[in-house]
Design a protein. Structure first.
Length: 336
């Protein structure tokens, strides 16, 4: 299996250099490295060129989705590794994902992402494993902030991989399409995962493949733009994937999930950004409606199973994320 590595870039040259060094130590080397530059101003493209990358300039910050799509269109490998510029891969990361793809026949694979932590940290924490969506329409990166053990150490079949450090068969994009560039950045990978689930194109989580992730390195997790785009794109997910019947059935859960997320935005000083995002999503609702909706039973089985995974993850970690604890309590989905 030949691999093309694709790195969307927007500034952060020091972190990019770290990623490129880790790519150079891979036991399975990519046949090409493509850096798609979203208008960097700090010299990041030159860092990529010095590492042997082909740099494709977008000319502006067009968003992660547009940059990743451009890289996919330029790549020639049998499999495409999509990598955030703020990750650092373990030496066998790509080899382990490629082996699991070949052995399982899955369409994509992702590994265990650990948070970057100070040297004094007692134990590493999980940054993410794979993505799930609750019936309320908000997404979770399973294991986020939990100790690196138990749930996160068990491989499994998945439907949505974070596009932080994932490997995809090149043929997947002819079946599922590319990222929806209307999302720009944030949750575009969850939208892609829902499309894969609807089409029965599954993936695998490979915990033996380990990478470290800085997370929200470009803007910050609670930067106003991050909050606005995330809040807007949560509405986009509902518009694209929930039928009118699903919206009625889960109306209370949707209200709880989205208002609780607004509470988090308020707590972090970004309530106006959250409100602007929701209003932008509502204004574009009609343009996105009815494109990718599931059959009733199919969607409910998927989302109910996702909620079971969220509860299992919290149980095995021995602690409950307050957001999800309140969601299960207030939505009537059960807190256990």
């Amino acid at each position: 299996m030949t691999i093309s590595a694709i790195v969307p870039v927007w500034n952060g040259k020091e972190l990019l250099a770290r990623l490129l060094r880790s790519l150079g130590t891979q036991t399975l080397q990519p046949i090409e490295l493509i850096a798609v530059d979203n208008g960097s101003t700090d010299g990041a493209p030159e860092v990529a060129r010095q590492a042997g990358a082909r740099v494709i300039p977008m000319g502006r910050n067009a968003g992660f989705a547009a940059a990743a799509n451009r890289g996919i269109g330029e790549a020639s490998g049998d499999a495409l590794a999509i990598l955030n510029s703020d990750v650092e891969l373990g030496p066998q990361y790509l080899a382990l994902l490629a082996a699991d793809l070949e052995n399982s026949g899955a369409w994509f694979a992702t590994g265990k992402l650990l948070r970057d932590a100070p040297p004094a940290a007692l134990e590493p924490l999980i940054d993410g494993t794979f993505d799930v969506v609750c019936r309320g329409g908000t997404a979770a990166r399973l294991g986020f902030g939990q100790p690196a053990g138990a749930f996160a150490d068990t491989g499994c079949s998945i439907w949505s991989a974070p596009w932080t450090a994932a490997l995809f068969r090149a043929g997947l994009f002819a079946k599922a399409g590319l990222l929806d560039e209307r999302f720009e950045s944030y949750l575009e990978d969850v939208d892609f995962g829902l499309r894969c689930a609807r089409l029965g194109l599954g993936g695998v989580y490979v915990p033996q493949a380990v990478a470290h992730h800085r997370g929200s390195a470009s803007l910050g997790r609670w930067h106003a733009k991050t909050v606005r785009l995330t809040a807007r794109n949560q509405v986009f997910l509902l518009a694209r994937h929930y039928s009118p019947g699903a919206l009625r059935r889960h109306a209370w859960r949707i209200a709880v999930a989205h208002l609780l997320w607004g509470g988090l935005a308020l707590r972090h000083g970004a309530p106006l950004a959250w409100l602007r995002g929701k209003l932008q999503g509502i204004r574009q609702w009609r343009a996105l409606r009815g494109e990718e909706t599931f059959d009733r039973g199919e969607l409910d089985r998927l989302l109910t199973g996702n909620e079971a995974l969220i509860r299992q993850s919290m149980r095995e970690a021995g602690s409950a994320d307050l957001y999800w604890k309140l969601y299960f309590l207030l939505s009537g989905s059960g807190a256990k």
